[in-house]
Write a protein that binds this ligand. Sequence first.
Ligand SMILES: Nc1nc2c(ncn2[C@@H]2O[C@H](COP(=O)(O)OP(=O)(O)O)[C@@H](O)[C@H]2O)c(=O)[nH]1
Ligand SMILES: [Mg+2]
Length: 698
Amino acid sequence: MAKQSVQTIRNIALVGHGSSGKTTLADKFLTFTGTVNANPSVDDGTSICDFDEEEKHHQHTIEATLTHFQHGGKKFHVVDTPGYPDLIGQVIGSLRGVDTAAIVVDATGGIKVNTRRVFHEAAAAGVGRVLIINKMDAENIDFPGLLANIKELFGVACVPLNVPVGSGEDFKGVVSTLDVPENTDGALIDPGDIHEGLIESIIEVDEAVMERYFEGTEPSEEELARLMSQAIATGSLIPILCVSGKTEVGFGELLDGLALCGLSPDLVSRKIEGEGDAQKEIQADASEPLVAQVFRTRIDPFVQKLSFVRVYSGTISKDSQVPSPDVRKGIKIGPLLQVQASETAPVDTAGPGDIVAIAKIDELHTGTSLGEAAMPPIQFPMPMVGLAVTPKSRGDETKLSTALHKITEEDSTIRLDHDPETKELVLNGMSELHLTLIQERLKRRDKVEVDTKEPKIPYRETIQNNAEGSYRHKKQSGGSGQFGEVHIRMLPFPHGTNPDDFATKDRFASMKTFHYHKDSNFLWVDSVVGGSIPGNFMPAVEKGFLERIGRGVIAGYKVQDVCVEVHYGKDHPVDSSEQAFKMASSMVFREVFEKAKPALLEPIVTIQVTIPGEKLGDINSDLSGRRGRVHGMESAGGDLQTVTAEVPLAEVSTYARALSSMTGGQGSYTLEFSHYEAVPGNVQQEIVTQSKVTEDDA
Ligand SMILES: Nc1nc2c(ncn2[C@@H]2O[C@H](COP(=O)(O)OP(=O)(O)O)[C@@H](O)[C@H]2O)c(=O)[nH]1
Ligand SMILES: [Mg+2]
């Protein structure tokens, strides 16, 4: 990679709603600049950036694609991201790799749900923001209306840097509002009207320049460029550029605009975790220690695993040993690769601001830091929609688990759970669509077909009363027998209770020790006196409890929020064994649990539904029908409203279909885990009966 000063690097992520034209723009960046000689189109499957089979099939981006090119003395890295809200994880990861988000808006469709989502994700990532109004060649564009809507939703920091001349078939070009030309005939808005406001919002960041300006001295071009970057970095300016990716009208100006407004890597403030709570600002400097992070992982059929790394400071070289706070032994790197969509080319080094790929390193995952210091983790949303999968053909188990492992590497919003009771693999994703796309990938790329089942909702079992009892496990079979007897008391141990505060001598007079298991919020207390259970069998007693906790008692779900005190038992000098005590403790747990007023807990999620205002009534009453509690409503701009509610996961596991039919496809929603709550009595009865039926089937 030719040594380039940090100031000439532009790392940009194209983000926005689906079909706003992001991939078309990314493709044309490569052809317009002469980097790739082709005539790409997403519509006929010849896109450079949507190169993947599923992407061609859906004509939609599914995975973030990395490209690079030169323009106007600047080196660009552009990441094209998917527009499906379900694939927001790809956007969040990509934003960690870049310094500017270019939010693409379809001139005919305006601001959509995912436009707003990515706008806020970009702000949260702390990168600069630029809006691209694309498809200016399309019919029925109300440009002043769109601009007003943008300002209403995204604030007055959004100011056009150029305005279109004509629209639809008559879209002939753009005129600058920064450097307004003599002739502005046909401009949809007079650029002169915008110029002054633009200058003011740029120089706002420098009082001295502002003072001179109001005294009549225009800032120099150089000054403007410098201050503009500052204003974009602080978010006080969000420039708007107009273009048609299809006809390429305004395309040169778009590239010039991005060269001017895209932030260079040294302008984005980033911090590494320091000593204690201290955080240290990173300097984008080649002579500083290495700070880099994997922001995306791609599994390629040929080179296998590719880890996309963003270098923030220092330099990384091929075939070198680099430390990592996440990998104790450090990492031995092989070749470094520069990525151009589906292709790669070797490079020797990568400096501050660069993006490179490292091939075939198992220890690298999305989020792994390279260098001595740790970058903050990348915060991905927690997937809540589950699907149980089994291979269609027997014998494909290993193939499936390898394939799923790859998929969780590539997509940080996919989580794999193993249900020990049903032996099912449960795939958790952001939505039903997300899970459908994953199944297609399994089939096409990994050649594994799966049968799917709606997974069981992850209910939990707990108790509401105290109870006590004992169990004697005794078997005489031929030679040696089995003997173990365990006496326990069981108490509710509410979520959030501090085990140290709970396990006191006041409560458990003859307590010797206690153990706390965080996963299941299970506390067990050893109060056995006089060796009525010999100490060497206590680990087996604990194992018996844990085994039962994993397997459940009343309906086959994991147990949580329980305390057990073991206070007495009996052994036999010959027949007692670990196995016998494990059996006795598992059985006594089950029997006492059943006496302690068992209850089922269900996961409650926070749902945010965004819909056109006129559907508000329907959505609210539907959510109430799903046992939801509406917490609030707020305007999402335009005529959109966002409803926030808490609702049992079981009631919204197929919400996508319902919402789509209630709103004619105009709604969207997100789910996030909130907490566990007791299910109502009638629902509990139904679930318990259902679990008995399936047990009998098996
Ligand atoms: N009229 C018009 N159509 C466009 C333009 N850019 C993209 N499209 C079309 O919009 C659709 C979606 O484009 P694509 O680049 O895949 O959008 P993405 O989902 O944002 O990546 C395709 O049918 C494109 O041909 C444009 O500037 N004008
Ligand atoms: Mg796309």
